[in-house]
Design a protein around this ligand. Structure first.
Ligand SMILES: *[C@@H]1O[C@H](CO)[C@@H](O)[C@H](O)[C@H]1NC(C)=O
Ligand SMILES: *[C@@H]1O[C@H](CO)[C@@H](O)[C@H](O)[C@H]1NC(C)=O
Ligand SMILES: *[C@@H]1O[C@H](CO)[C@@H](O)[C@H](O)[C@H]1NC(C)=O
Length: 208
């Protein structure tokens, strides 16, 4: 009897554990894996994402929503869509918010797999470790990708956003650079047709 009681208690404990690990239901066609959470009743609420009109979105510290393009739960990673560059300008849509800022109190950061392309920069950017040469891949983008046409012939640069740089923001502003885009997993010499546009974010595993 005692053994049975223990057994029941143990299995109840297990049931509780499993239910706290419940993942959220799909958002449109999108599977929302644990620990991502679209509402209070599922996932882990520190890992909040938003299901707006059946589109899964990530909210930045400045209140901008970025569309989630893909999620790799086994690697604790997700990729958000870089903000569009507004037509006939060289302004990223989040320019007035200063670019992308992640809330540092949340368990997300920008991974080290991102190559950032910056456009319409001023000369003072040249002091930082960026590649602003005429061979920079930003030149291909502004010449061959329609969204970059508004940035043509501006000073542009690219850099690999590795751990040496701040992992919670991609900054743009008037008087520095006013537009950006980003590639995930870019390696030098990858042809433009194979570029993978996105900003890869990584999350701290909930068990840590
Ligand atoms: C480039 O940035 C400057 C401010 O730094 C702005 O006045 C100008 O309009 C921008 N150029 C384009 C093409 O958007
Ligand atoms: C700048 O980037 C281009 C394209 O990846 C590369 O060929 C070139 O060597 C880089 N230049 C510098 C100074 O890093
Ligand atoms: C981002 O977060 C992950 C998981 O916590 C950590 O392993 C990684 O070192 C962080 N990356 C940077 C660039 O801070």
């Amino acid at each position: 009897m005692r053994v049975l009681q223990l057994f029941l208690l143990t299995s109840l404990g297990l049931v509780t554990n499993v239910s706290t690990l419940n993942s959220c239901s799909n958002c449109g066609e999108f599977i929302v894996p644990y620990p991502l959470s679209t509402n209070e009743n599922c996932g882990d609420k520190r890992y909040k994402v938003y299901c707006n009109d059946e589109k899964l979105e990530f909210l930045s510290a400045t209140g901008t929503y970025y569309k989630i393009l893909s999620i790799d739960p086994s690697a604790n990673k997700l990729v958000i869509m870089p903000p569009p560059i507004l037509k006939n300008t060289c302004y990223s849509s989040d320019l007035l918010m200063g670019g992308l800022f992640l809330d540092q109190s949340l368990p997300f950061n920008i991974s080290t797999q991102n190559t950032v392309l910056l456009f319409n920069c001023t000369n003072n950017i040249l002091q930082s470790p960026l590649n602003c040469t005429s061979n920079s891949i930003c030149r291909q983008y502004e010449k061959k990708v329609e969204e970059g046409f508004g940035c043509m012939n501006t000073l542009c640069c690219h850099y690999l956003k590795d751990s040496a740089m701040n992992s919670h923001k991609i900054r743009v502003r008037i008087g520095s650079c006013t537009a950006y885009t980003c590639l995930v997993g870019f390696t030098p010499d990858d042809p433009l047709q194979t570029w993978n546009y996105g900003i890869e974010l990584q999350w701290l595993s909930p068990n840590n």
